[in-house]
Design a protein around this ligand. Structure first.
Ligand code: CP
Length: 339
């Protein structure tokens, strides 16, 4: 069975195929007929053990636009609150005939366990696990960058009707990922995927929010946002949410203080002015307005934050399509087991 668990197992060809397919899906959405019959008779289960707005709604919309039957499960209000295990929950889904399980879980590795423990035959799609991975977020971010940036800084203008930048990677694109890298599955997924696609990534964070072992990641690391904005002149600045809920209450909690954080790492109107004319501002959401990003930056014409959400539907349609109905021989090799 084929799964999407991390961006690590995605080859350049796999990633471009997903982005191109997303472009085709987006083209269908801009026409009159929004609903495609592709997954009629298939069942997609959204299995959410952790809160979500964008990802859950986006997967539900994507599955419905492909005519799949959708079952939404959230741990709150389910038998999980009575102590039911992931295994027994999975066996229940298997009994209901799930073809794909989209899982968000607070434990890093839960999607991998679900995919490989033999409890379900369904394709497993990781919708965010702990501080580990959020592959469809990275794919929708890459899709958004490609649409906006490749005609300007890249090598082409894309294929009409299939989305700007179709067929291209992100070679030559400079991306600054700023903020709470330590707790961010979005950062981990993006660093890997952007590297695969040829982009140059710089992480910017206070030393306390940089993970141990980051030297082994395929990116640069800086503690100085202003320097990076001026010297690197990034094409895209991706602000990360400060994840206070994952910070230990023992040992002082949030450091630096919110005030210091905003002063040194927050994106505001002054820092926006340091960016090149064409640069875009990204955020995976949900945002802490006034902490990592000011309202002025979040609502500026350079911000593509709402568009990221819209692009998420097309990218998730592409992932569901390729895993459940696509020509899988072209998606990737045997490694697709951890695609
Ligand atoms: N970006 C993201 O994962 O948002 P949600 O937590 O709302 O799904």
């Amino acid at each position: 069975m084929k799964h999407l668990l991390t961006t690590r197992g995605l080859s350049r060809a796999d990633a471009i195929r997903i982005l191109d397919t997303a472009g085709q899906m987006a083209a269908t959405q801009s026409r009159e007929i929004k609903k495609l019959p592709t997954l009629r008779g298939r069942t997609v289960v959204n299995l959410f053990f952790e809160d979500s707005t964008r990802t859950r709604i986006s997967f539900e919309t994507a599955a419905k636009r492909l005519s799949a039957d959708v079952i939404n499960f959230s741990a709150k209000g389910s038998s999980v609150s009575k102590g039911e295990s992931l295994k027994d929950t999975a066996l229940t889904l298997q009994a209901m005939g799930a073809d794909a399980v989209v899982i968000r879980h607070q434990a890093s590795g839960a999607p991998h366990t679900l995919a490989h423990a033999g409890w379900v035959e369904a394709a497993v799609i990781n919708a965010g696990d702990g501080m580990h991975q959020h592959p469809t977020q990275a794919l929708l971010d890459a899709y958004t960058m490609r649409r906006h940036l490749m005609p300007r800084v890249g090598r082409g203008v894309g294929v009409p009707g299939v989305g700007a930048g179709a067929g291209l990677d992100l070679a030559g694109v400079r991306v600054a990922i700023v903020g709470d890298v330590l707790h961010s599955r979005v950062a981990r997924s993006n660093v890997q995927l952007l590297h695969t696609l040829g982009a140059q990534v710089t992480l910017v964070a206070p030393p306390t929010l940089v993970p141990v072992g980051v030297e082994a990641w395929p990116c640069e690391v800086s503690y100085h946002l202003d320097e990076v904005l001026v010297d690197l002149q990034p094409d895209a600045v991706m602000m990360l949410r400060v994840q206070r809920e994952r910070m230990s209450s023992a040992g002082g909690g949030f450091f630096p203080s919110p005030l210091e954080y905003t002063r040194n790492y927050g994106l505001d109107a002054v820092r926006l002015g340091l960016l090149p004319e064409h640069a875009i501002v990204m955020h995976p959401g949900p945002m802490n307005r006034g902490l990592e990003i000011s309202a002025e930056a979040a609502d500026s014409p350079r911000a593509v934050i709402v568009e990221q959400v819209a692009n998420g539907v097309a990218v998730r349609m592409a992932v569901l399509y390729l895993l459940l109905a696509g020509d899988v021989s072209q998606v990737g090799s045997h490694e697709r087991a951890s695609l």
